[in-house]
Each structure stands twice: as C-alpha cells, then as structure tokens.
Design a protein around this ligand. Sequence first.
Ligand SMILES: [Zn+2]
Length: 72
Amino acid sequence: MGKECPRCGRIRLKEPIETNSISSEDKKTYICSDCGINETRILFYLAKSMDEKIPDDQKEMSKKFREMLGLV
Ligand SMILES: [Zn+2]
C-alpha cells in the first residue's frame, strides 16, 4: 500500500513512486495524478493572470511557470 498523496491526503500514491505525478512546486514531491492535473490547471491560470491578481505567496510560483512557458 502506497502512502497518501501529500497534497490532497485522500488518494494513495501508486507503486512504484515514479509512476505518480511530480509537484511543479518543488519538482521532487510525488502527488497523485488528480492533483497533478489540478496543479497544472492552477499554474496555467496563474501564468496567464496579471501579477496584481495573484496572492503574494503564489507570485514566485507563477513567475517560474511563466518562464517555463516562455511568456516572460
Ligand atoms: Zn492528491
């Protein structure tokens, strides 16, 4: 039995651990595929948003993601 997803705490991660999604936040935390999809969606939204609409704690993540998408 795998351990619980650290993001939602509901879904258990698959074994082996490498078959799960990896968090775009730190690039090393494994999360379930549902969370992986959600995270991508949120990050994409953040990347398209104007900076002033983004909460302070998410600005850094948004900036990184925009760089990844080549939007900067
Ligand atoms: Zn999850």
